[in-house]
Design a protein around this ligand. Structure first.
Ligand code: ADP
Ligand code: TZD
Ligand code: MG
Length: 577
């Protein structure tokens, strides 16, 4: 009898109290967070445990950069910030790479990190994992906040989420010191501090005169072009964008992560006549694409010296960053495209037929050139022949996510693998960063429940390769294809010193990446020709199980830095002993 009473008393007491750990989880849940990506340890292990117990999915990684990249991918795909959880100092810094990358790419993400004792850290008394994380995060993020009292957890999480997802999306850092996580308070009082965000990413309507200006400029064009960037893909305004493009007949160029927003085989796509379209267009409308290095800063000779520009972007300060924008449209893309559509009069925008014809002819010429390369069947395989086999399998599965990184592995894949559905391609993005591969693949698989094919250079794969254990642990439908040419760009460089050390760009030749995944119960395939590649990929996709295909590519295939070799600064002296 007395035992029963005691048990009830304990339960009652527990029900009346809460702590920082529970409030973090409750605040996230209240704002519809369903998944946390992280690596646990002091002081945040119990955040993950409490999250799991309360029905939030916790995906544990082997390295924080990968957890962060997964969260960033989730942010891009869902329009809600992906959440990454890290431990103090080194774990925080590992995650920060991904947070900075998310910010650079305009993906919404929140990194929540535990941190060490403030009164020790701030006097530099030497705490376990001591670092002023708030200060360290500031320059690399859209914003960085710290919660100093348990009753501010709800406010901190609400602020972090709204900051990440509103306006131009980006990465937000939220610092929660261990002591705050451990603070115990009255449960009802704690619950009262939580807040559910109302409309965290409000629509931003364009000014009517900005819309008129844009339409007038486009209507005055003879050779108009529309460039779709990953901001357009992110906006999920797929219907309005397609309707505007089809209503106007304006040719469009998808940036790499906007591929599939309209299908790559759409008759108005100029992806296969990119250089000609950019060089000759007289009016270009940028939709969620920055005029940065990926678009040669809008400068001749890649662009016409007299081109006039329209830019649709949520960020007013993006305008004029490189070339003057004649018609800025500051708005969210969905609202902007709806407004443009509603103001557009039938037949008002008419690209010259000679322009459409010139693009069509160039496309055909380039496709024929590419087909010749794709139809060759060299032994060992090169990038084109391997990608032809992969393309033929993926053509039957437009629902599959494609993650892609490397140098030559990136360029050839982007050009050869057509995308037919929006937001199905995730790649190295604005920074051209290596290491996103397994994180993005896991983020896409977890978010969508669909299959992912990660096409990876062997160097690129190495940055996050250990996460194949994570993929196996959670039985995710991820097929990783490693284009194994034995090195960074290629596997045949020599050491100019003639010594025993390998050249800076080369790896162990004939490495068996397929055996790595077998250590964790996944399926490894080692392929050296198109037929076995086709079979391995088909089987792997049909099984829905984790697989890794070690795809042997000629070590001589590949060029320095792929398509951006021109960015290497070389002198006539060159490397020497
Ligand atoms: P890409 O690399 O594909 O050319 P960028 O990352 O350079 O694309 O450009 C994306 C742009 O999209 C950024 O300038 C960003 O401000 C903008 N953007 C992101 N989301 C939205 C949105 N919902 N509405 C309008 N613009 C957006
Ligand atoms: N480190 C990081 C984080 N990002 C980078 N972009 C690089 C280093 C430099 N780098 C590139 O720009 S591409 C690349 C590196 C190391 C790898 C290219 O080799 P790969 O691809 O095997 O992945 P290919 O197919 O052999 O060209
Ligand atoms: Mg390589």
């Amino acid at each position: 009898m007395s035992t029963t009473t005691e048990t009830t008393a304990t339960a009652d007491t527990a029900a009346e109290l809460t702590d920082g750990y529970h409030l973090v989880v409750d605040a996230l849940k209240l704002n519809d967070v369903r998944t946390i990506y992280g690596v646990v340890g002091i002081p945040i292990t119990d955040v993950a445990r409490v999250a799991q117990a309360s029905g939030i999915r916790y995906i544990g990684f082997r390295h924080e950069s990968d957890a962060g990249h997964a969260a960033a991918a989730a942010g891009f795909l869902t329009k809600k910030p992906g959440i990454c959880l890290t431990v103090s100092a080194p774990g925080f810094l590992n995650g920060l790479v991904a947070l900075a990358n998310a910010t650079t790419n305009c993906f919404p993400m929140v990194q929540i990190s535990g941190s060490s004792e403030r009164h020790i850290v701030d006097l530099k008394r030497g705490d376990y994992e001591e670092l002023d994380q708030l200060a360290a995060a500031q320059p690399f993020t859209k914003a960085a906040y710290r919660v100093n009292r348990v009753e501010d957890i709800g406010r901190g999480i609400a602020r972090a989420i709204r900051t990440a997802v509103s306006g131009r999306p980006g990465g937000v850092y939220l610092d929660i010191p261990a002591a705050v996580l451990g603070q115990v308070i009255d449960a009802a009082a704690g619950a009262a501090t939580l807040r559910r965000l109302i409309d965290p990413a409000s629509r931003q309507l364009p000014a009517p005169e900005a819309v008129d200006r844009a339409i007038d400029l486009l209507a005055s064009a003879q050779r108009p072009l529309l460039v779709l960037g990953k901001g357009a893909a992110y906006s999920q305004a797929d219907k309005q964008i397609r309707a505007f493009i089809e209503a106007t007949g304006v040719p469009f160029l998808p940036m790499s992560m906007a591929k599939g927003l309209l299908p790559d085989d759409h008759p108005q796509s100029v992806a296969k006549a990119r250089s000609l379209a950019l060089r000759r267009a007289d009016v270009v409308m940028l939709v969620g694409a920055r005029l940065n290095w990926l678009l040669a800063h809008g400068k001749p000779p890649k662009w016409s010296p007299t081109v006039r520009l329209i830019q649709v972007d949520i960020s007013p300060t993006e305008m004029d960053s490189n070339r003057p924008i004649a018609a800025p449209v500051v708005a969210d893309i969905g609202s902007a495209m709806s407004a443009l559509l509603s103001k557009l009069k039938p037949g008002q925008i008419q690209p010259q037929s000679a322009w459409i014809k010139a693009i069509g002819e160039r496309k055909q010429k380039n496709v024929e050139k590419m087909e010749a390369r794709l139809n060759a069947n060299p032994s060992p395989m090169n990038f084109s022949s391997a990608l032809r086999a992969i393309r033929d399998v993926l053509n039957t599965r437009p629902d599959i996510y494609v993650v892609n990184e490397g140098a030559n592995s990136l360029d050839f894949t982007r050009d050869i693998i057509d995308m037919r559905e929006p937001r199905k391609r995730l790649d190295v993005g604005t920074w051209g960063v290596m290491g996103i591969g397994m994180g993005y693949a896991i983020g896409a698989a977890v978010t969508s429940g669909k299959s992912v094919v990660a096409i990876e250079g062997d160097s690129a794969f190495g940055f996050s390769g250990m996460e194949i254990e994570t993929i196996c642990r959670y039985s995710l439908p991820v097929v990783t294809i490693v284009f194994n040419n034995g090195g960074i760009y290629k596997g045949t460089d020599i050491n100019f010193n003639g010594g025993a050390d390998p050249a800076p760009t080369v790896f162990v030749s004939n490495a068996r990446y397929d055996r790595l995944i077998e250590a964790f119960g996944g399926n490894g395939h080692h392929v050296t020709d198109q037929q076995s590649l086709t079979k391995a990929l088909t089987d792997a996709l049909a099984s829905g199980k984790p697989a890794l295909i070690n795809c042997v590519i000629d070590p001589k295939a590949g060029t320095e830095s792929g398509h951006i070799g021109n960015l290497n600064v070389t002198t006539k002296i060159g490397p020497r002993k």
